[in-house]
Design a binder for this molecule. Structure first.
Ligand code: NDP
Length: 437
């Protein structure tokens, strides 16, 4: 078996093991506590802490919902529906970037169609009274519980598959069970020739569930109160704009770190199957029982600011991809782009060249696109106002994730491009926030 394409020990080995083991053991209970606090403890961390103080470990076991048959049924029907759309809907043939061992994965770009079919089907099921999405909200704890255990088993399957039946040469073991399980072994695992597992877990299950749950929370509030508050409308609209942008640009996502660099293991796959539907959607989960009335003017200000941030984030990604797609022969902010031709060597010893864009958004800072990403999350959370901290957990988590990601990406690019990356750092000295960091 080939060696791992990249060993992800950006931090010291002790810190790496500590953070891996902490995330493996703390993320599952956190998901349950988050759900419990949002749905049953008024969004108040203090209330949950007092409950746990009073009832101890047994109290925690009591609030952890057991996965029920209805929860499994909802997950299975949703997963099977998304898998069928991924396989069957038509789409353009798209090639991903060249992998470290020189492969080029091929995809069918049918994400936008799948997104459209999913939302229309879900809303129609409600409209024609065939299935009420409030059932999903009412069984949310059981669904998360089932997802937690089901996804852990799925990660074991990925680990075994990586060892015994890898789909391509972009696979390998680090020689350490925990690292292999946590970071994954295969870069592009597939079932058969066409069913890409990471496209399913990250896009069609994870990101799609974000939109489906945002709509669910809205409908639940409507059924509870007979109307939807403006705060919920702003939150849902911004989340849907964000997810729509994601599927509009899904083929571009296949060029990003999640797909092109991070292998299929607990970090990415469990994260997309469990963390995205629970933590990413949590501001909406909170708003169901906290219908704040913002007033038309404030609601509009927040909405416009959020849409602007989502647009800028999209434009940063678009700029980089357009620049790479046209081999630098495009206009960036109305001018010919400034660029660096960076050569590097693949793991198989071939010399290749990549273009690095050093103007436009990519000249402001090396990861400026994370700024509007974080601000957009702030704007779809701020309709909850400031009574509780917990709705802001996603914004705080995202900020930590993206600052860590900027470091990981910088380190990876430095070792890939060497002196050319140094040149880029001289031209764009800031990592994320121009003039500050
Ligand atoms: P990027 O899209 O920023 O991709 C980084 C890669 O781009 C680098 O590894 C390098 O790859 C290439 N690159 C770096 N600098 C340049 C340059 N100047 N010119 C051309 N290519 C360059 O990575 P992300 O995956 O972090 O972000 C993608 C999107 O996903 C963003 O919008 C981000 O905000 C969003 N995101 C959202 C998250 C969430 O949880 N909500 C989490 C993470 C990302 P190469 O080897 O090809 O040179």
């Amino acid at each position: 078996m080939a060696a791992a394409p990249e060993t992800k020990t950006v931090h010291s080995p002790a810190l790496t093991y500590f953070s891996m083991l902490s995330l493996l053991s703390l993320c599952p209970p956190f998901v349950i506590l988050l759900w419990y606090t949002m749905v049953h403890a008024d969004g108040s961390v203090v209330q949950t802490r007092n409950y746990l103080k009073q009832h101890g470990l047994q109290g925690f076991i009591d609030i952890w919902p057991r996965p029920t048959a209805i929860a499994w049924k909802i997950i299975f029907v949703y997963g099977a529906f998304e898998a069928a759309l991924q396989l069957l809907l038509p789409g353009k043939r798209v090639e991903g970037p060249v992998s470290p061992t020189g492969n080029r994965p091929v995809y069918k770009a049918n994400g936008m169609a799948a997104y459209f079919v999913t939302l229309v089907t879900y809303i129609s099921l409600w409209w024609f009274e065939i299935f009420n999405p409030t059932v999903v909200y009412d069984h949310l704890g059981e669904i998360y519980s089932a997802l937690i255990f089901g996804s852990l088993i799925f990660c074991v399957f990925l680990y075994i598959k990586g060892h015994v039946a890898p789909s391509s040469t972009d696979s390998g073991s680090s020689g350490n069970l925990i690292i292999d399980f946590y970071w994954g072994m295969e870069l592009y695992p597939r079932i058969g020739k066409n069913f890409d597992i990471k496209v399913f877990t990250n896009c069609r299950f994870g990101m799609m569930s974000w939109a489906v749950l945002a709509v669910t929370y809205c409908i639940k509030q409507y059924e509870l109160n007979g109307k939807v508050s403006d705060s919920m409308l702003v939150n849902t609209t911004l989340m849907l704009v964000y997810v729509t942008k994601f599927f509009w640009w899904e083929a571009g996502y296949w060029n990003t770190m999640d797909i092109a660099h991070d292998r299929a293991g607990f970090y990415i796959c469990w994260g997309c199957l469990v963390w995205v539907p629970s933590v990413y959607t949590s501001p909406g989960m909170y708003l169901v029982n906290h219908p704040v009335n913002l007033g038309m003017q404030l609601a509009l200000y927040i909405l416009v600011a959020g849409i602007l941030c989502i647009y800028i984030n999209y434009d940063c990604d678009r700029q980089r991809q357009e620049f790479r797609r046209t081999n630098g022969k495009c206009k960036i902010w109305g001018k010919a782009p400034s660029k660096i031709e960076a050569t590097y060597t693949t793991t198989s010893g071939e010399t290749k060249t990549s273009l690095l864009l050093t103007s436009g958004w990519w000249g402001l800072a090396r990861h400026f696109h994370y700024v509007p990403e974080i601000l957009a999350a702030f704007f779809w959370t701020v309709p909850a106002l400031f009574n509780h901290f917990l709705p802001y957990f996603y914004v705080v988590f995202l900020t930590i994730l993206l600052f860590d990601r900027a470091k990981r990406d910088d380190d990876r690019c430095r070792s890939k491009y060497g002196k050319y990356w140094k040149l880029y750092c001289n031209k764009a000295p800031y990592k994320i926030i121009p003039g500050i960091y």
